[in-house]
Design a protein around this ligand. Structure first.
Ligand SMILES: [Fe+2]
Ligand SMILES: [Fe+2]
Length: 489
């Protein structure tokens, strides 16, 4: 029998089925490319995408095989390799800080809208953070997998909403209203689709997962710089700061990744082929859009034009005929999207936009903001930021610095949430409080777990609720907490 984890009344047979949690079909996004479509299917109906996902992943591996990797020749040297890499990143970051102190501009984000665009464009990857390790949960009884499983649980914040990486990133996207995929091409979905495909085919791709994890969990320089510059721009850097500490090379995910290689290498035959596949998995990290390519690809004016083009589809019939610019009606300007650059130029020439000055000085801006804003609500916060930065000519935004120490304090406070000893009853109570709206789901889970015959059955049910598409929900978070408790027993 299960240990007395949950001692609430057991009802008659429950009809709880984890598969029900995936209700809501993958909504097809108009204009989505094949990778985005696969990504959407894997997020919502992973079982239905099985054969397609495996075939696609083989194709990605074939591409990855053609790339170089930075791993040591002998994987027995991994630990020293990680230490050397970390020392190098530390030195590069110190030199970056020195440059900034001496007055150098931000290295990554020219403006606040540039940073927000970055967050939006890496969203498809960050919203499946940790997914590649999901399939390892099935091996909870095998001590060799514990490092990878602990890493997955930590990606899920051990079931604490404020520490769940996916929930944290979702909150960031929601806060800035950048939670749509509009304008993102297929390359932005490659990393997320790889991670989801690995998640649901772990037994077929175990060496690749070990290698992918090894690459993903190393501390990169860009993580440190992103955290620093987001903070400067008044954007919560917590998601990035958290990874600086949790992926550390001393006892964090980077070290666990190296230990997993040693633990899972076959002892008898097939070692060379296994190592080759680990290297292929490591190289998968280099495919698709990356942090740096996303940052480099941003062009403020192009982004503004893309936003206005998208608006013109709905706006071309919404303006009265007396709304005119350079002798033509606004509806006429908007009727052909390719006219948008000329329309912007006409707005600047006609005094509607005063470039290089605070946005509030522009008549057009006052149509969006203020007491007589006839176009209030037409542009989202992000879109207004793009417009503002373009009008102001990407003037540096006033920095709202939070000290590094304050950031670290906030992370420590988060750590305190999980460090507090929790009784099973307290875990249960906390889960129930997590969302009143989800109370019936939580109740069903409670009934179902209590009825199961043993720990193996409970772990099997709980891990299904910890799938990438579920774990940030109230029920998924509770399942994560229970799984972690049972794992330790
Ligand atoms: Fe993470
Ligand atoms: Fe990590």
């Amino acid at each position: 029998m299960l240990p007395a984890l949950i001692d609430l009344p057991v009802s008659a047979k429950s009809d709880f089925d984890p598969a029900d949690m995936t209700a809501g079909a993958a909504s097809g996004t108009p204009g989505a490319g094949p990778v985005q479509t696969l990504y959407a299917h894997l997020r919502v109906h992973p079982a239905g995408a099985g054969a397609d996902a495996v075939a696609w992943l083989h194709g990605q591996l074939a591409q990855a095989r053609a790339l170089d990797d930075a791993l040591p020749v002998d994987l027995a040297d991994l630990e020293q390799w990680i230490s050397a890499q970390t020392a190098q990143v530390g030195a590069q970051y110190r030199s970056y800080l020195g440059e900034r102190k001496a007055g150098a501009p931000r290295r990554y984000f020219a403006s606040r809208s540039h940073a927000l665009h970055f967050l939006k464009a890496v969203g498809p990857t960050k919203l499946v953070d940790g997914a590649w390790l999901y399939g390892t949960l099935a091996h909870w009884g095998d001590a060799r997998f514990l490092g990878l499983i602990r890493t997955y649980l930590e990606e899920l914040g051990d079931g604490v909403p404020a520490k769940n990486h996916v929930a944290l990133f979702q909150k960031l996207l929601d806060t800035h209203a950048i939670n749509d995929w509009q304008g993102l091409d297929d390359s932005h979905f490659v990393q997320g689709a790889i991670q989801l495909a690995l998640a649901h085919h772990a037994d077929a791709f175990l060496p690749e997962i070990i290698g992918f994890n090894l690459g993903y969990e190393q501390l990169p320089l860009h993580l440190l710089i992103c955290a620093y510059e987001l903070n400067e721009l008044g954007i919560d850097p917590m998601y990035f700061s958290l990874h600086v500490t949790i992926d550390n090379a001393d006892c964090g995910h980077a070290r666990k990744a190296a230990q997993a290689v040693q633990a899972l290498l076959p002892q008898l035959g097939g070692r060379a082929a296994f190592v080759r596949r680990i290297r292929d998995g490591y190289r998968l990290n280099a495919l698709g859009a990356s942090t740096l390519s996303v940052i480099e690809d941003f062009d403020l004016e192009e982004e503004l034009i893309a936003i206005l083009r998208a608006k013109s589809r709905h706006g071309q019939n919404m303006h009265a005929d007396y709304c005119r610019l350079a002798g033509r009606s606004i509806n006429d300007w908007l009727a052909r999207p390719e006219q948008i650059p000329a329309m912007l130029a006409a707005m600047a020439k006609g005094g509607w936009i005063a470039r290089g000055q605070a946005a509030e000085q522009s008549r057009f801006w006052r149509l969006l903001q203020g007491t007589h804003a006839t176009m209030f609500g037409v542009f989202s916060d992000y879109e207004q930021q793009v417009l503002r930065d373009w009008i102001e000519d990407a003037q540096v935004q006033p920095a709202r610095l939070v000290s590094h120490r304050a950031q670290m304090r906030a992370i420590e406070q988060l750590g305190g949430v999980s460090a507090r000893p929790a009784t099973p009853r307290a875990i249960w109570r906390h889960a129930l409080q997590a969302s009143a709206g989800a109370a019936s789901d939580l109740h069903l889970l409670e009934q179902h777990i209590a009825e199961l015959p043993d720990k193996a059955a409970a772990m099997d049910t709980l891990r299904q609720l910890m799938a990438p598409q579920l774990h940030a929900s109230p029920v998924g978070l509770m399942a994560t907490r229970l799984f972690g408790r049972l794992l330790a027993l």
